[in-house]
Design a protein around this ligand. Structure first.
Ligand SMILES: Cc1cc2nc3c(=O)[nH]c(=O)nc-3n(C[C@H](O)[C@H](O)[C@H](O)COP(=O)(O)OP(=O)(O)OC[C@H]3O[C@@H](n4cnc5c(N)ncnc54)[C@H](O)[C@@H]3O)c2cc1C
Length: 429
């Protein structure tokens, strides 16, 4: 049966949109299938209290080489290149600068010890000193970066990201999710609320089964998260077990956000930052009045995000309120009220925040990025060799998978022409 589309892209996050843009630029027809009623995936800006707040990705990490910067500027969306408030060294409000300095030093020393660990167990926890008073702080920061505890972090993987990062962190005042959602090319066909349930190789391409029927194409680019890929929501062709196994050792950790609204007259300074408690691994990092808005955004990583996952949003609000009272005093308790809390790890179509390689498994990213039978191509943040965990890494992985699909498609066209030519020559003879 003739295919209606050259390529079907499964998943409409930053990777799927990156792939769609590359295919559209090459004049290749594509259909994007997205399971949820909106696209953007972990890039999601929501209007909360009248402000465009990012529930997922927010910072243009490695901004000076981040593809989304050029896309934003071409679309006329402003990019704020000033230093993020959190780049200033965690200025807790009830501050003890000596403690802050020694906590930061402890984190830096841990990162250095990670290099030795890569040559042995590769378990990031083995770089912890058993008696270091700042272990909780190190666990919290590692949790923000990798969303899991150091016991589950590959030191090699952790350092690969760190070493490649340029340290430039820029911002999109209208929201990262706004940009990603505005970037799907008009020529890409889109079906929302249409999960891919099964993918099969056929004699001449690929078939993707959905509740709304089976769709056919020359190739599929699969961009779902590793949690989805390792689960049983999509049946993949026989022979793809190694891809599922690779996804399973790149699990998504937890990172969640809690948003609080600041009432009138409350004494929070604009665009400032605070760190909850240097001695609590569940502590949150607080953005206070980002862009001057009357909002506090609490970022909970690893062990802190577990509170939301296991106890729900009310427990997340209570935890952040307790920390803010500890920092600013009792009077702030009546000045803040819950606005929203995320639940990325509870969403079946995503299943967490971003991927982290288990100890000894850093090479799984390269295995996951391999094409299968030149018809099934894999993208998504987890497949990027060093910009994993990010929206720009996801974008670039989509471009890479689209390029692989284009080469395969052109190869098949060439082979088809050669066969037709050979048949014509035989007929003429
Ligand atoms: C709280 C939080 C904060 C973050 N902060 C930052 C940040 O500041 N900067 C940064 O760069 N990154 C950040 N990230 C990470 C970034 O958001 C992700 O790495 C990136 O958006 C992932 O894009 P993706 O396309 O790989 O995956 P996804 O965004 O997960 O896209 C996959 C899509 O596939 C869809 N899907 C699932 N199953 C099916 C199916 N069966 N059929 C069809 N579609 C399906 C999903 O609904 C989803 O839309 C953050 C993430 C979180 C959660």
């Amino acid at each position: 049966m003739a295919s209606e589309f050259d390529v079907i892209i499964v998943g409409g996050g930053a990777a799927g949109i990156g792939a769609a843009r590359r295919l559209a630029a090459q004049g290749v027809s594509a259909l994007l299938l997205e399971s949820s009623p909106r696209f953007g995936g972990r890039a999601y800006t929501q209007d909360l209290g009248g402000y465009p707040l990012d529930l997922g990705c927010e910072w243009l990490h490695s901004g000076d080489r981040n593809a989304w910067v050029g896309i934003a500027e071409a679309a006329g969306l402003p990019v704020d290149r000033s230093d993020p408030p959190w780049a200033q060294a965690h200025p807790g409000i009830a501050r003890n600068e000596d403690d802050e300095e020694s906590a930061r030093q402890a984190y830096g020393d841990w990162e250095e010890r990670l290099r030795a660990v890569t040559k042995g167990s590769d378990r990031a926890n083995d770089a912890m000193e058993s008696d270091n008073q700042w272990n909780a702080y190190v666990r919290a920061i590692a949790g923000f970066m990798s969303c899991v505890s150091p016991e589950d972090i590959s030191a090699t993987d952790y350092l690969a990201y760190d070493d490649a990062s340029t340290g430039e962190n820029w911002n999109l005042p209208l929201g990262y999710g706004t940009l990603v959602a505005a970037s799907l090319p008009p020529s890409t066909a889109l079906r929302l609320a249409t999960p891919a349930e099964r993918i099969d190789l056929t004699a001449d391409g690929v078939a993707v089964a959905t509740r709304a029927g089976t769709l056919r194409a020359e190739a599929v680019i699969l961009t779902v998260s590793t949690a989805v890929l390792a689960g049983d929501a999509i049946r993949l062709p026989p022979g793809t077990e190694p891809w599922r196994e690779a996804a399973a050792v790149l699990p998504l950790g937890r990172n969640e956000k809690v948003f609080l609204e600041i009432g009138p007259g409350a004494a929070f300074g604009p665009d400032s930052h605070a760190y909850g408690n240097l001695r609590d691994a569940r502590s949150a990092a607080y953005s206070i009045r980002p862009n001057g808005w009357p909002v506090i955004e609490a970022f909970l990583g690893g062990e802190g995000a577990r509170i939301l996952r296991e106890e729900g949003p009310a427990a997340g609000f209570a935890h952040t309120k307790t920390e803010l009272v500890g920092l600013f005093g009792n009077e702030v308790a009546s000045a803040i009220r819950p606005l929203a809390a995320t639940s990325w790890s509870r969403m079946a179509t995503i299943g967490g925040a971003y991927s982290c390689a288990l100890p000894g498994e850093a090479r799984a990213r390269a295995r996951l990025a391999q094409p299968f039978e030149d018809r099934l191509f894999f993208a998504g943040e987890a497949t990027h060799p060093f910009d994993f965990t990010t929206a720009h890494g996801a974008h670039d992985s989509g471009v890479r998978a689209a390029d692989e699909a284009l080469v395969a498609l052109h190869g098949r066209v060439r082979a088809g022409r050669r066969d037709a030519l050979a048949a014509g020559t035989r007929a003429a003879g």
